[in-house]
Design a protein around this ligand. Structure first.
Ligand code: TRP
Ligand code: SF4
Length: 443
């Protein structure tokens, strides 16, 4: 008996076909596929930190037939911090799309789309916001940090606090029937994915079950009373006006449906609660990414001015890398250095690995003071320029065809929207039951 109601029934619309996602470019997709979703905010040009921290991995996943990939531009999320000056968002969206394409995202293999043209993301955000306790949002580590560190912007807004709820909606609106949902993110975003899981669990504890219909009064009332006394919560009713059923529903929302079912009630009682899965808990896909510090040794970031963008010219690359931070202990040319604490060496590992003998030359030369930092950086910059050339070339091609770029984005958004609409039909019916109500009132 107990097993029966735990079996996960998916209330699908059956409208989530694989083919609409535009992943036709991949041959022979295995049945047990996983969906992948990730995005970036259009706050500026992408740099090599974005490439090695995320994009390289996104491209790898798109080329793996086990995954159906959705990558998007989170233009609504840009508003959470830039609401007072929205002038750059449209241009940044275009530029990020060009960066995506230059980095190798392929619209024949991935669905590439824009958040704000899919209103279903906003609708799901609204519904999820209803069940999300404030405390969960106030506790997000990056929330407090950013409130404290970002100057000149008033971030004490409803939208900024709700950032993770919108992010949860972005992710779980691509819940798939019979597949896992993965979010490739960096360590710093892991807490957001974990929060998405909690929001989904709470949403499901409110809407992801129903009570078998053949249970009529007064049996129904009796059962709720029996369950409540078993749960030993009846003694302290939070609201004297609640019926036992209302009481129980609020109790389940707080405690979680799975906790409620797992061992809190008898098997016979369990059999009256039928689980129906609506949204899926996503998983963070943490892939180890190479270390790529900024030119000054801190985390690479546009706002620190320590980045190399994907559109940087050879001259700029030479100029910027010349003054790059090295092993701070190597003050004079005659001092030996330690490549393991030098940002230049981190970059060498990414750009010089294919040049035979180069990494050994650096290690040997550095530790014996056989080479100077100037020639070391020079060799690194030469390889960085070699690496960036084809990316930049693709970038220039797309820069010259912005209309084509936007068409690709619109095509992707259309495909994503079909999937999002399928999920929302299921969500709306689970929350409101309008179809059921209409069917009851047809006669
Ligand atoms: N928070 C991400 C960033 O800072 C952008 C983002 C919005 C996102 N929604 C998402 C990432 C959903 C992964 C999944 O760039
Ligand atoms: Fe860094 Fe190269 Fe100088 Fe060594 S020689 S400290 S690896 S820049």
């Amino acid at each position: 008996m107990g097993e029966e109601n735990r079996k996960e029934t998916v209330v699908g619309t059956g409208k989530e076909p694989r083919l609409v996602t535009g992943a036709e470019g991949k041959k022979s997709r295995p049945a047990a596929a996983g969906r992948v979703l990730s995005g970036m905010r259009p706050t500026g040009r992408l740099h090599i930190g974005h490439y090695f921290g995320a994009l390289e991995n996104w491209v790898r996943l798109q080329n793996d037939p086990a995954y159906e990939c959705f990558y998007f531009i989170a233009d609504w999320h840009a508003l959470t911090s830039d609401y007072a000056d929205t002038s750059g968002i449209a241009e940044n969206t275009l530029q990020i799309m060009i960066d995506y394409l230059a980095a190798g995202l392929d619209p024949a293999k991935s669905v590439i789309f824009q958040q704000s043209v899919i209103p279903e993301h906003a609708e799901l955000h609204l519904l999820l916001s209803m069940v999300t306790p404030l405390g969960w949002l106030e506790r997000v580590p990056s929330y407090k940090e950013q409130l404290a560190s970002i100057r000149g912007k008033n971030l004490r807004t409803y939208g900024f606090l709700g950032y993770p709820v919108l992010q949860a909606a972005d992710i779980v609106i691509y819940s798939a029937v019979g597949a896992e949902l993965f979010v490739p993110v960096g360590k710093d975003q892991e807490a957001h994915v974990e929060l998405s899981r909690e929001i989904v669990r709470r949403f499901e504890s409110c809407n992801g079950y129903y009570i078998r219909g053949e249970l009529f009064e007064p049996t129904r009332k009796k059962m709720f009373n029996a369950i409540l006394s078993r749960l030993a919560v009846l003694e302290s009713p939070s609201n004297p006006d609640f019926t036992p059923e209302q009481f129980l529903r609020h109790w389940v929302a707080e405690q979680g449906f799975d906790n409620f079912i797992d061992g809190l009630i008898s098997d016979e009682q369990k059999s009256f609660f039928i689980r129906r899965r609506i949204l899926q808990e996503p998983k963070a896909l943490l892939t180890s990414t190479p270390k790529i510090p900024g030119l000054d040794g801190r985390k690479m970031s546009k706002s620190y001015g320590n980045a190399i963008t994907l559109s940087e010219t050879d001259e700029e690359i030479r100029k910027k890398t010349k003054v790059m931070v090295t092993d701070p202990a190597r003050k004079r040319r005659t001092d030996p250095g330690n490549p393991d604490v030098c940002p230049v060496y981190d970059w060498h590992k990414l750009f010089s690995a294919e040049e035979p003998g180069r990494l050994e030359w650096v290690r040997q030369g550095c530790t014996t003071a056989g080479i100077g930092c100037i020639e070391c950086k020079d060799a690194m910059a030469t390889n960085l320029i070699k690496w960036i050339a084809p990316v930049r070339e693709r970038r220039v091609t797309w820069e010259n065809d912005p209309k084509g770029v936007l068409e690709i984005l619109d095509e992707g958004s259309k495909k994503a929207r079909v999937v999002a609409q399928g999920t929302m039909e299921r969500v709306r019916e689970a929350v409101f039951g309008w179809k059921k109500k209409r069917d009851e009132n047809k006669k």
